[in-house]
Structures are given as C-alpha cells and as structure tokens.
Design a protein around this ligand. Sequence first.
Ligand code: KIV
Length: 269
Amino acid sequence: MVSRMRTRHFAQAKAEGRKISCLTAYDAPTAAIFDEAGIDLLLVGDSAANVVLGQDSTLSITVEEMMTMATAVARATQRAFVVTDLPFGSYEVSPAQALETAARFMKSTGVAAVKIEGGVEIAPTIRTLVDAGIPVMAHIGYTPQSEHALGGYVVQGRGEAAAQLRADALAVQEAGAFAVVLEMVPAGIAGEISRELRIPTIGIGAGPDTDGQVLVWTDAFGLTRGHTPRFARKYADVGAVLLDAARAYLADVESGDFPNESESFGDEK
Ligand code: KIV
C-alpha cells in the first residue's frame, strides 16, 4: 500500500530543498498514470474548461462539472495529493459561500484540498477555510478567472507591480495556505518570493526558482488544440499518437481488416 502525500510532505520538501512536481488531471486514466509516475500533486484545474470542455475561458465551468472530474481523479490515485480548483463564482461572494462550496467538494469528491485565486483580498476566505480544516492552495500572479480585470493573458508582477505580488504572497501565507501557485510572473521576483515565504511556491511560467512546478498536462504532453503557452515544455506528442491510431483504425475498419477472427466470437462456448 502506497502512502498518500500530505500537506506536511510539501513543507518537508521545501525545507529539504526537494522540488515538488505537480500536473493537472481531469479524469481517472490520466490521473492513474501520473500517480504511477510519482507526480506529487494532481490539480483538477478549472483549465478543464479550455482543454477538456472546449470553452474559451475558465469562467463558465460549473461546480458540478468540476466535482465529476475531481471525483474521478481522486478515485484513481493512491499516492498523489489531489487538489481541486473552486470554479469562478463559487467562492468570491463571501467566506461563508467559499466554505459551503469547499465543503461540498471535501464531503463527496475525495480531494484533499481546494485551490482559490487571489491575494490580499481573498486572504480572509483562505483563513475561514483553513480554520474549518480545509487545506488551501492559493494562486496569485496571473489568475485566469480574472482575465478580463487583468486585461488579458499578460505577465503579472513586473516593475512596480512586484510589491503587490509580494504582498499577495505574504497575505495568503499568513492566512494559512499550505502552498501558493505563482502564475506567469518574472523569474526573478518568483525566486525572491520563494526564498521569503515559509510555504512552498509552485510556479507555472515563473522560472526555475520556485519550490515546485505545475503544468497543464495537455500543454506539456501535446494534446492541447490551439494555443499552448511558451513556458510549457513539450514532453510528448500524445495528440499525434492519437491521430495516427485513429487513422489506422479508420483504415482497418474501411478495409475490413478489423475485426479479425481472434477479435470475434465464434459459435463454440
Ligand atoms: O486551472 C489550472 O490548470 C491552474 C493551473 C494553471 C495552475 O490553475
């Protein structure tokens, strides 16, 4: 029996200078593969809106859609720490709203923590969740749920904005977050914040000096259709493998080569 990653293991990893590996996951088969590979943390990201559901932004994904995916991912893993995003509109109204939504996920999906976006302004909400026994991963820098307020898909924390980023990082740490995602921020400030914080920083487009890294798996392994961010190294071309497999199947069906005798049932018992 493999033992499950816990929040304390992330604190230990930071203390020992061991990098933390994170990937998104949205379904059981890929979650099982990433778990078998030894990825420490699987994030059921609301990026599912874009890369699984074909939507233009993360804004429209629902609590019910996220719960279905979170349940599948949690069920398929033995070791990885599973975190789910709370979707846009399900936690910003008040700490009480956030607690109600987070409790739904914690009761019925099997995830170990929730992730919410925002810095100083969301700190009281993080505190409420943590006080209720729910581990929270914070997310600052570029926060996709605020894409319109941020003026689009742009790097955050440059120049004078670095002070706000640092204040956000400190606020989520003091509110009790066990880790914080730093998305699309300059490598220099990401490294400085990582050294200043007690909690681990998990970077995405934040350079090499964060305590861990996260990527949207479809970007990293070649399944995203359309735009992939330039910071996402491509480790495989799963899309090309699937395309070849689908074409081979099509050809075999059309030619009558599939199914053959051993792939069919005879009359004998
Ligand atoms: O939804 C997501 O996949 C995320 C990662 C980009 C961190 O929030």
